[in-house]
Design a protein around this ligand. Structure first.
Ligand code: IPE
Ligand code: IPE
Ligand code: MG
Length: 256
């Protein structure tokens, strides 16, 4: 069972930021003899239930890896179908985002998205920008290396124009030039479908994230799967390079 405080039954030690590599749609479909797109369609349902539960649990940020830079290499029909699903998702979820105080953000080279999808995305981001309960951050046309290179390029330009001194560049300035600027780093990184790799996802931000890999394919990732991941997270000991003893002392001091 998921841990709660004794007094208020409040959930304790939950991640502030959950990032998910939603993988296995194609295999889910193949197992059933369906075309891959059926897996993606079913995957959207898992997105809805995951967003809803994260919001109910007061998770601050949920980042979903929805389309990687490398995914542009997939067959045209699959890319088109994914873009249509994204467009329909954004249209259908706007009211729910507004009603639940969810603010949409995007990470990735969104200029590469088809015009219709990009416009709808930017419009949804704008309309939800004053919502404060949770950030839903969609990684779209996203590549971790490209993001880091882009940040380095941006900083180099600032140095050349004289607005930044190279000596002043530190981790915090660097992070504020990434697509996740202003967001806490992911505490928990979930990958479905049993694969144990990052696939170019949040390379900088996951330095101290807890990894959780489930064999479940993304379309089968339901509320109980998320609760299982959270339960495991609650039982992890995050030491951030310190010794066990130092870690326990700092937990006692913080009362966690
Ligand atoms: C994840 O499922 C969705 C995207 C990458 C867009 P996949 O489409 O990668 O499914 P598998 O890994 O082939 O089963
Ligand atoms: C990662 O899944 C990208 C997304 C989930 C959007 P992939 O299926 O593209 O990753 P690989 O190819 O198995 O590494
Ligand atoms: Mg995959």
């Amino acid at each position: 069972m998921i841990k709660r405080t004794a007094k208020s039954s409040e959930l304790i030690r939950l991640p502030r930021h959950i990032a998910i590599i939603m993988d296995g749609n194609g295999r889910w479909a193949k197992r059933r003899g369906f075309p891959r797109i059926m897996g993606h369609r079913q995957g959207v349902k898992a997105v809805r239930s995951t967003v809803r539960l994260c919001r109910e649990l007061n998770i601050e940020v949920l980042t979903l890896y929805a389309f990687s830079q490398e995914n542009w290499g997939r067959p045209k029909e699959e890319i088109n179908a994914l873009m249509d699903l994204l467009y329909d998702y954004l249209k259908s979820e706007l009211d729910e985002m507004l009603g639940n105080q969810i603010s949409l953000r995007a990470a990735g080279q969104i200029e590469n998205l088809p015009e219709r999808v990009r416009t709808c995305l930017l419009d949804t981001i704008e309309k939800t920008s004053s919502n404060t309960a949770m950030v839903l951050n969609l990684a779209l046309s996203y590549g971790g290396r490209a993001e880091i290179v882009g940040a380095a390029r941006g900083l180099a330009h600032q140095c050349l124009s004289g607005t930044l001194n190279p000596e002043d560049i530190d981790e915090s300035i660097f992070a504020s030039n990434l697509h996740t600027a202003g967001l806490p780093d992911p505490d928990l990184l979930i990958r479905t479908s049993g694969e144990s790799r990052l696939s170019n996802f949040l390379l900088y931000q996951t330095a101290y994230s807890e990894f959780y890999i489930t064999p479940a394919f993304w379309p089968d990732f339901d509320e109980s799967e998320l609760l299982k991941a959270l339960f495991e997270y609650q039982n992890r000991e995050r030491r951030f390079g310190l010794t066990n003893e130092q870690h326990s002392e700092s937990c006692t001091a913080k009362g966690s």
